[in-house]
Write a protein that binds this ligand. Structure first.
Ligand SMILES: [Zn+2]
Length: 128
């Protein structure tokens, strides 16, 4: 039971679906959805409506808190690296091969190990 997570949507309990109707017979109430897996908003919301309810309620506070974009950012050599790979369709299982970093500005490619590809902190980018 500890693995169940509540939807973080501020109005989840306001949506009167049968699966939200819980409790003892005679005193049932519509309640916030609780699931072992939530699929929206980094696994915090039961559906898109609840995700956008949260966004609409908190977006101004969030932008004020974390800082707004006030001037254009630029894609440059220093921040243009992305990771890519090819599928090897000849083998069963469609193995991924040829892991590489690709610079979208210079078109330069550099090989990556599978571990580097899977490491979300590994990047050649040196700027935002
Ligand atoms: Zn919800």
């Amino acid at each position: 039971m500890n693995d169940l997570k509540y939807c973080q949507g501020p109005s989840c309990h306001q949506y009167t679906t049968q699966d939200r109707l819980k409790g003892i017979k005679g005193s049932k109430t519509f309640q916030t959805r609780r699931r072992s897996s939530l699929y929206y908003g980094n696994e915090n919301f039961c559906d898109q409506r609840c995700l956008y309810d949260w966004v609409n309620k908190y977006i101004e506070q969030g932008l004020d808190h974390f800082g707004r974009t006030t001037k254009a950012k630029h894609l440059t050599e220093q921040n243009a690296w992305i990771k890519d790979y090819d599928y090897n369709y000849r083998n069963e299982g469609n193995e991924k091969t040829n892991y590489r970093s690709v610079n979208r500005v210079t078109k330069e490619q550099r090989p990556l190990t599978e571990a580097q590809y899977n490491d979300i902190n590994y990047t050649l980018n040196t700027g935002e």
